[in-house]
Design a protein around this ligand. Structure first.
Ligand code: SF4
Length: 468
């Protein structure tokens, strides 16, 4: 069954990259085999946790050896405005005896204990490699527990060995479609109800966007899954429009919600001034097309005009400080283009951007914005990045945490813009936060100090002079 689901996910008609492939290539799937010795990134289970763990009032139980939970623990700063149960790590902590005797009973006991002690609205159970190989049937245990305990217990069948983090994202989406979305009816609905998919409220980013939606009169019925509540996610089928924040990861959810419930979806971004405005505009327009009052568009335009003029005023002081500063952008997906426009607006020069995780549309968009000359690196190797930085071709590198050491080794400022970041960069205020962080990083005196030769490198006389 899992095999069928994976094949189905790989056949995603909503994914442009997949559609461009031949039948033979489609069969192979999207996962590239890893090179021995290369950093692998998260496994499928890790990807599933990324999508679902921000549902803050649910319990998240990892069925496997304790290291599966430990390895991925707390590496993303998804925030909650209320319940904190998602911050408690639950695991069945399988041992050798469970490998021999099976872990299903232990899993049921763990679910029961969680329900009795914490009374969450639901329990998500994550399959991992070891019990998947020994044959524990988590779907059957979850079904039994749901009946016995009277709570939704949702199996998330994405053991690490089936593929990458990205595949895990999609399998988590499938679990939501199969067991959660459509199971709860909202108390009331409005013509401006929206569902946002793929926004995880990292460092509280959703809170920079939601007040604007409230002001325009757009109701966030459901967010999958930042600052999420189980019942809100379960009500997502009543949204009038769906927004996909990162289309590659959860495109299957948006497309299937359109098929099942007739909810149109669009791909948008909250990063960068113009993209933020485009997103609000598109959301308002699509809601009006689906029956919302036309005044929604005027209210959206009013908020956009006010916020844009406010943000440009706040960015003005950074422009002279950023003049001539060159950025090496090493990210992917939507961020590969939305960050480019955001940073250029603040006066920075972008050397190029990596497009390894970007779709064909993302790449086309960059080409349209920047022309053919702009560097788009599909597979930039760490040693090439190091060379660029060591040759002083960039003043700062912006990337995820995994690439930070290349930059630090080359003694070049580095800023985290991926999921482990501690600052919120979404929305209009987010771009100001980003510029503030870039400015602090660029002007940090540590870079001047680490670039100076060490005392033992500058000869005995200079050491003596320094001592005097
Ligand atoms: S690859 Fe398997 S064993 Fe490793 S963390 Fe992922 S689920 Fe656990």
């Amino acid at each position: 069954m899992l095999q069928d689901k994976i094949q189905d996910v790989f056949n995603e008609p909503g994914c442009a990259t997949n559609q461009a492939k031949s039948a033979k290539e489609k069969k192979k799937g999207c996962t590239k085999s890893l090179k021995p010795g290369a950093a692998a990134g998260g496994c499928a289970y890790d990807g599933a946790m990324i999508v679902l763990q921000p549902i803050a009032d649910a319990a998240h139980l990892v069925h496997g050896p304790i290291a599966c939970l430990g390895n991925s623990w707390d590496n993303r700063g998804s925030q909650s405005s209320g319940p904190q149960l998602y911050r408690t790590g639950f695991t069945t902590d399988l041992s050798e005896l469970d490998v021999i005797g099976g872990g299903e009973k232990k899993l049921y006991r763990a679910i029961k204990e969680i329900v009795q002690q914490y009374d969450p609205p639901a329990v998500f159970v994550y399959q991992t490699c070891v019990p998947a190989m020994t044959g524990d049937d988590i779907a059957a245990v979850c079904k039994f527990a749901t009946q016995k305990l009277g709570k939704p217990v949702i199996p998330v069948d994405a053991p690490g060995f089936v593929g990458s983090k990205n595949l895990g994202n999609k399998l988590a989406g499938e679990a939501l479609l199969e067991h959660v979305i459509g199971t709860v009816e909202p108390e009331y609905t409005t013509p401006t109800d929206v569902c946002i998919i793929g926004e995880y409220n990292l460092a509280g980013e959703l809170w920079l966007v939601k007040p604007l939606l409230d002001e325009i009169g757009i109701r966030l019925l459901s967010c999958i899954s930042g600052d999420g509540r189980y019942n809100e996610v379960a009500q997502a089928h009543r949204a009038r429009v769906t927004m996909m924040v990162c289309s590659q990861a959860l495109v299957n959810v948006g497309r299937k919600m359109q098929e099942r419930y007739g909810i149109p979806y669009f791909e948008g971004s909250f990063y960068g001034v113009s993209d933020m405005s485009d997103t609000l505009r598109t959301m308002a327009r699509m809601l009006v097309e689906r029956g919302a009052d036309k005044s929604l568009i005027d209210r959206a335009e009013g908020v956009i005009a006010r916020e844009e003029s406010r943000v440009w005023r706040r960015l003005e002081p950074y422009k002279p400080r950023f003049e001539g500063k060159r950025v090496l952008l090493f990210t992917g997906g939507v961020k590969s283009w939305s960050m480019v426009s955001a940073l250029e607006g603040a006066g920075l020069t972008i050397l190029g951007t990596s497009t390894k995780k970007s779709t064909k549309e993302d790449k086309e968009r960059i080409k349209k914005m920047k022309g053919d000359e702009f560097h788009q690196w599909d597979d930039l190797k760490p040693r090439d990045i190091y060379k660029m930085l060591a040759d002083d071709q960039a003043d700062i590198m912006m990337s995820g945490g995994r690439s930070q050491f290349i930059s630090l080794k080359a003694k070049v400022p580095w800023l985290d813009i991926n999921q482990e970041r501690h600052h919120a960069y979404a929305g209009y205020d987010g771009i100001v936060n980003l510029c503030e962080e870039i400015d602090k990083t660029l002007s940090n005196p540590i870079w001047r100090q680490v670039r100076q030769p060490a005392p033992w490198e500058s000869g005995p006389s200079s050491t003596l002079l320094a001592a005097e």
